[in-house]
Each structure stands twice: as structure tokens, then as C-alpha cells.
Ligand binder design. Structure first.
Ligand SMILES: NC(=O)c1ccc[n+]([C@@H]2O[C@H](COP(=O)([O-])OP(=O)(O)OC[C@H]3O[C@@H](n4cnc5c(N)ncnc54)[C@H](OP(=O)(O)O)[C@@H]3O)[C@@H](O)[C@H]2O)c1
Length: 312
């Protein structure tokens, strides 16, 4: 039987954080979780857009318990401030959805000087997840869902030197590398929490091709000539609520063990289930290397990570 949001369990008593929840797949996921009685924190870089997103949820789901908090994944100080705020304010967090993303913009850097796609899509979420680990562990079991993309298959292997900014910037190569990094991180996190016996599951999802603002905000931003192309391309995409199903399945389907990759069973579109990612994404050495580099680039040192884990 096809999996739809009607099959989502009650999320009563749980708290979920969704990054990039003001639009697209993140907004759909936040709304569906709120409809199932989760308390949902919309983690957004622009508070006005966040409040508008919250009001749009409330207009459809009057009982929704939704809060808006500022998180700019392209600034590690903002990530740290967000994590400290959540840690201080929330007793527990049961679900972290690492959804926010940018695709193929012109060359830009994060506040700390990393290429924007790698910095936002991977490093920001890496730092956020590690800083939230103690809070994620304080419940009876938590999930971290990281949203990747079929585009990860365009990266035949992780290229750390490219991600560090050596070599000419190629916007799609960077996007593909950042989405491969999402998967390597997902699987490495699962191995690490499993080794430590922590009550966390780490899984990845991808939406297929869904009509959202991703094209407009990334490669077509500020280009009025090619923007109509984005609108045209989106006509071939599935609606954003369908695009959110793999994320919601990864977040709530009871029979998952961690380390799964969830996507539309039809590839670009359709209902979700467990799918396979590229061979490169299962490369354990690359995942460990990425982990070490990510600790360094996100200003979390090894002692911090061990202290975070030991606190749990
Ligand atoms: N749509 C697809 O077909 C597709 C396919 C494969 C993968 N994906 C993945 O799905 C995820 C969601 O994208 P979407 O399609 O829903 O696109 P979207 O509507 O453009 O949503 C992206 C979200 O990320 C937020 N964001 C961007 N940079 C951020 C930052 N520095 N800090 C915090 N938030 C930031 C955006 O905020 P603003 O509104 O403030 O810009 C927006 O809320 C992404 O990870 C994307 O790579 C999408």
C-alpha cells in the first residue's frame, strides 16, 4: 500500500526541529508533523518569512504548536546560538530534520569563508546536529533526518580538496558534492551513535523532483531572463507535499533501524520507500575523512564531540 501522511503515527508529546521550514519541502514536513500534534520549531534564517510560514500552518492546522527560531546555516555563530537556545529552552528534541539547502548559486561563501553550498548544506547541518546531540539524546529515542538529493550521484567520489575551495568553482559539482556529503554524514553518524549505544537513529531522504523555490533561489536567483525556465521546469515536478513524503517517512516510519535512505520508489516521483544511494556514499573511509574535516571546519574539536557524547 502506498505510504501517505495518513499513515503517519501520532507525534503527540514530541518536539521536532525542521531547518528551512519556511518554504517547500521543509514547510510541508513541518505542517504534517504539526497536524500530527508534534511541537514543531521552524528553524529559519529570516524571522519574517518564518512567522509567515507559521501563520500559513496555523491557518490550515489551528491546533498546531509551532515556534519560529532564527538559524542561519551559513554562519556557524548562528548555528551555535540556535543550538544553545534550543538546549536551554527545550527539555528534549525527538526529531531533527536537516532540510534547508541551496542549489547551484553563483560563487558565494559562508560567514566563515566556506563555499556556500558545502557550508550550508553540509557543514551547517553537521555543526547543528553535533551541538544538539545531548538534547536529542535526552528523550527516549530520536531521529536525525538529513535531506540529500539524487544529484549526489553526479559526484563519483568525495573530493575534500574541492570542498575546501581548491580548484575552479563549478556550481553543480559543488551541489553534488554537498549532497554526497549529506549521505556520508548520515551513515557515519549512524555508525558512531550505534557504537556508543546512543538512542539516536540517523537516516537520509530525498524528494525526487518537487516543485519548490530551490531553482529560483539558487541558480536562477537574480536572473530575470532564466527565471521563467524555473517555473517551466517545475511544471514537470511533483507537488511539494509529495516531495515531503520521503522526509516524513524517514522521520516517522516505525520499522526503520537507522542508516536507511528514503526516496520516491519511482525515482523522480511517487510514494516513498527505502532506496539505495550511490556506491560512493557508502565509502567508510571517505565518511571518516569528511567527519574529521567537518569537525575542523565547524570549529568543534574532537574533545568537544567526545564531551558531547560522554554527557549523554
Ligand atoms: N525540490 C527538489 O526537487 C529537490 C530535489 C532534491 C533535493 N532537494 C533538497 O530538498 C531540500 C529543501 O529544498 P526545497 O526544494 O524545499 O527548496 P526551497 O523551497 O528553496 O527551500 C530551501 C529552504 O532552505 C532555506 N535556507 C537556504 N539557505 C539557508 C541558510 N543559510 N540557513 C537557513 N536556511 C536556509 C531556505 O530559506 P529562505 O526561504 O530564507 O531562502 C528555504 O527555507 C534541500 O536540501 C534541497 O537540496 C530538493
Amino acid at each position: 500500500m502506498d505510504w501517505t501522511i495518513d499513515r503517519m503515527p501520532s507525534m503527540q508529546g514530541t518536539t521536532a526541529i525542521v531547518t528551512g521550514a519556511n518554504s517547500g519541502i521543509g514547510w510541508e514536513a513541518a505542517k504534517a508533523l504539526a497536524a500530527r500534534h508534534a511541537r514543531v520549531i521552524l528553524a529559519v534564517r529570516n524571522l519574517d518569512r518564518g512567522e509567515m510560514a507559521k501563520n500559513r500552518i496555523l491557518s490550515e492546522i489551528p491546533h498546531a504548536n509551532v515556534a519560529v527560531k532564527r538559524l542561519d546555516l551559513a554562519d556557524l555563530r548562528s548555528v551555535q546560538a540556535f543550538a544553545e537556545d534550543v538546549t536551554a529552552q527545550e527539555v528534549k528534541v525527538n526529531l531533527l530534520i536537516n532540510n534547508a539547502g541551496v542549489m547551484a548559486p553563483s560563487y558565494q561563501t559562508t560567514r566563515q569563508g566556506l563555499e556556500l553550498q558545502f557550508g550550508t548544506n553540509h557543514i551547517g547541518h553537521f555543526a547543528l546536529t553535533l551541538r544538539l546531540l545531548p538534547t536529542l539524546c535526552s528523550g527516549r529515542g530520536a531521529r536525525v533526518v538529513t535531506v540529500s538529493s539524487m544529484a549526489h550521484t553526479m559526484a563519483k567520489a568525495l573530493d575534500i580538496s574541492y570542498l575546501r575551495g581548491h580548484g575552479r568553482y563549478r556550481r553543480f559539482t559543488s551541489y553534488a558534492q554537498s549532497k554526497l556529503a549529506n549521505l556520508l554524514f548520515t551513515y557515519e553518524l549512524q555508525r558512531r551513535v550505534q557504537r556508543r549505544g546512543l538512542a539516536i537513529q540517523s537516516m537520509a531522504a530525498h524528494p525526487g523532483f518537487a516543485a519548490t523555490s530551490l531553482l529560483d533561489n539558487g541558480m536562477f536567483a537574480r536572473s530575470r531572463w532564466v527565471r521563467p525556465f524555473a517555473r517551466f521546469a517545475n511544471r514537470f515536478a511533483q507537488p511539494s507535499d509529495m516531495g515531503a513524503l520521503p522526509t516524513l517517512y524517514a522521520a516517522t516510519y516505525p520499522d526503520l533501524v537507522g542508516g536507511e535512505y528514503i526516496g520516491p520508489l519511482g525515482g523522480m516521483r511517487g510514494y516513498p520507500g527505502v532506496v539505495r544511494s550511490s556506491e560512493a556514499s557508502y565509502d567508510v573511509d571517505a565518511a571518516q575523512c569528511l567527519w574529521d574535516v567537518s569537525l575542523e571546519l565547524s570549529n568543534i574539536d574532537v574533545d568537544d564531540w567526545i564531551a558531547l557524547a560522554d554527557d549523554m
